[in-house]
Design a protein. Structure first.
Length: 106
């Protein structure tokens, strides 16, 4: 977990912080056989900062709306924040849901 995400846990009761930290560590599989672009913001108009290799797993810290993308898991405007300033289109991540699975990014 990055330093910025740890700050989100401060000020909470100890048990609550541990529970949130554990849930933040869940990883999700990226669509098989696909290399996914990681962008600097929630949309295809943002710069590509790196590319995830085939078989990658990602931890989603928060989610936000952005450009609608069609992928292996349907069409969605949800973008997953996987690190500081790094987003992937949720349509390429197997979250098991068509909606939000993490809190909205602030």
């Amino acid at each position: 977990m990055s330093v910025d995400h740890v700050g989100e846990l401060e000020g909470r009761a100890e048990g609550e912080a541990v529970t949130m930290a554990a849930s933040a560590l869940r990883s999700y599989a990226v669509a098989p056989g696909v290399r996914v672009n990681v962008r600097s913001g929630p949309g295809t108009g943002y710069a590509i900062v790196r590319v995830l290799p085939e078989g990658a797993r990602v931890t989603i810290f928060c989610q936000r709306p952005g450009t609608t993308v069609a992928g292996p898991y349907g069409s969605s405007n949800i973008w997953d924040n996987i690190d500081d300033g790094e987003y992937v289109a949720d349509a390429y991540v197997n979250t098991g849901s068509d909606g939000y699975v993490r809190p909205r990014c602030s």
